[in-house]
Design a protein around this ligand. Structure first.
Ligand code: HEC
Length: 157
């Protein structure tokens, strides 16, 4: 019984330590990409140091070979209504639900939140299973394109 209590105390201690660790910003450096800090499942700073362009972000969200987010997410883009998928959550009001910093992390690397997710990490080069040699060493989207998407998604309220 005493051992049991000791074990419980140890586990509680470890949990507290882990909670303390995640509240620090974790700096992520990935090959030649702009380094960024993740804290509370969010990336506070713009990857380019500037705000993105929402009109460009809207375009990227529907363009195959770029974001092509609409194949999995409902978004208010009537021109592509016929090819909108619903594999992921509806993003129609995502700007009201998540901060720009939270949206940024989910585009950069949603695996930080859910290792099993089928959503691609758009700003990552290591740890990807790439068939196409030409695509190796390059992220799916540039830092500017990520910021354009963050700006666009933030307008969806
Ligand atoms: C292959 C399907 C797929 C594609 C393509 C995709 N996503 Fe996702 N996305 C998901 C899934 C599934 C989730 C749910 C999170 C999870 O799996 O853990 C998600 C979650 C999200 C979330 C969090 C939403 C919330 O309410 O918590 C955001 C924001 C997001 N995606 C943005 C994007 C953007 C922007 C693009 C395009 C650059 C994109 N996604 C492309 C499948 C996809």
């Amino acid at each position: 019984m005493r051992q049991m209590r000791l074990l419980t105390a140890c586990l509680a201690g470890t949990a507290a330590m882990l909670a303390a660790t995640v509240s620090f910003a974790q700096e992520i450096r990935d090959a030649n990409l702009t380094p960024y800090a993740v804290k509370d499942y969010a990336i506070e700073k713009s990857l380019t140091g500037k705000p993105g362009d929402p009109a460009k972000g809207r375009q990227i969200a529907t363009t195959s070979g770029q974001g092509n987010c609409v194949i999995c997410h409902k978004m208010p883009i009537p021109e592509v209504a016929f090819r909108i998928g619903n594999v992921g959550p509806d993003l129609t009001e995502v700007g009201g639900r998540l901060t720009a910093a939270e949206i940024r992390m989910r585009i950069v690397n949603p695996k930080l939140l859910n290792e099993e997710t089928i959503m691609p990490a758009y700003y990552r080069v290591t740890g990807l299973n790439r068939v196409d040699k030409k695509a190796q060493g390059k992220p799916m989207l540039s830092a500017e394109q990520v910021e354009d998407l963050v700006a666009y998604l933030s307008t969806l309220k």
